[in-house]
Design a protein around this ligand. Structure first.
Ligand SMILES: [Fe+2]
Ligand SMILES: [Fe+2]
Length: 283
């Protein structure tokens, strides 16, 4: 079995230190095989904010945890226009990871991160043709029996933002990206950006999608909430089965929600004991 802790949208600079401490505590207790952080490490990509994020990662690594991260739109400078266009991810590379599309192999799971943050858009994400080739090539040469997990900051689908009916934007070049993902049999798609935790069958969200299970993380430590408390995801992978437990902030600690066990049946995922609805929110 492999255990991932999926955190997102830490937003150092607009974070609550109590939650950072509580997240670290839970990471030590849960002993994951990998901590996945799906972007927005900082609030405004400032050096001091990256330094705080870096110290957080250093503490995790010093305690023996492996971490895989991808940049988010907030990790690209917004107001510093020169830096935004000439060296958008220099600070990310210096403080977080020199590798923008990292890969990590676990027993039973291969995890690949793809950078979807761009200088040319304010907050939207994109996948390049080169990255699509990279996704195909990477999964082609890794263990065919291992679960294939793709991590991006931006969700590939238009998913709810906030409490109302408003949907965020799907990723740029969505159809081509979904073709690449379906071709190489990606099983799990992990993302953040909307600050809202949920799980979906990819096929319910887009007709061309393959049979992936889509798991969105809320914000783990940011004080900028969108009608939902801070949370992160605990994801246990056992052969073909996935168990998702959302850990939500309860005012003084992170509390475990109900464990949702997803079983793969042909080209879709079913919650053991119930049909997977279009959206399974965190609570
Ligand atoms: Fe964010
Ligand atoms: Fe974001």
């Amino acid at each position: 079995m492999a255990r991932l802790l999926h955190l997102s949208d830490l937003h150092f600079g607009a974070h609550d230190p109590r939650l950072v401490e509580a997240v670290e505590q839970r990471i030590h207790e849960e002993k994951p095989d990998l901590v996945v952080i799906s972007g927005d490490f900082t609030q405004r990509a400032r050096t001091e904010q990256f330094r705080e994020a870096c110290q957080f990662l250093d503490r995790l690594r010093e305690a023996g945890h492996d971490v895989l991260g991808v940049p988010g739109n907030h990790d690209v400078p917004l107001y510093d226009v020169l830096r935004r266009f000439l060296s958008p991810l220099t600070r990310y590379k210096r403080f977080i990871d020199d590798e923008l599309c990292p890969m990590h192999e676990l027993r039973g799971a291969t995890v690949l991160g793809i950078n979807t943050a761009r200088s040319l858009t304010f907050k939207d994400g994109n996948i390049s043709h080169e990255q699509m080739r990279f996704i195909r090539d990477t999964f082609e040469r890794t263990d065919a029996k291992a679960m294939r997990i793709l991590v991006t900051h931006h969700p590939l689908f238009a998913l709810p933002v906030g409490d109302g009916p408003e949907l965020g934007k799907a990723i740029g070049r969505q159809e081509l990206a979904l073709d690449a993902i379906a071709d190489c049999g990606v099983d799990l798609l992990l993302a953040g950006h909307n600050h809202r935790a949920s799980a979906h069958n990819a096929r319910d969200l887009a007709t061309r999608a393959g049979s992936s299970l889509v798991i969105q993380a809320g914000t783990a430590t940011s004080v900028r909430l969108r009608d939902e408390e801070q949370s992160f995801n605990e994801i246990d992978i056992d052969g073909e089965n996935v168990t998702l437990t959302v850990q939500s902030w309860a005012g003084d600690k992170f509390a475990s929600g109900d464990a949702q066990r997803f079983v793969r049946e042909g080209d879709h995922w079913r919650i053991a004991g119930a049909e997977l609805k279009v959206e399974q929110t965190a609570h």
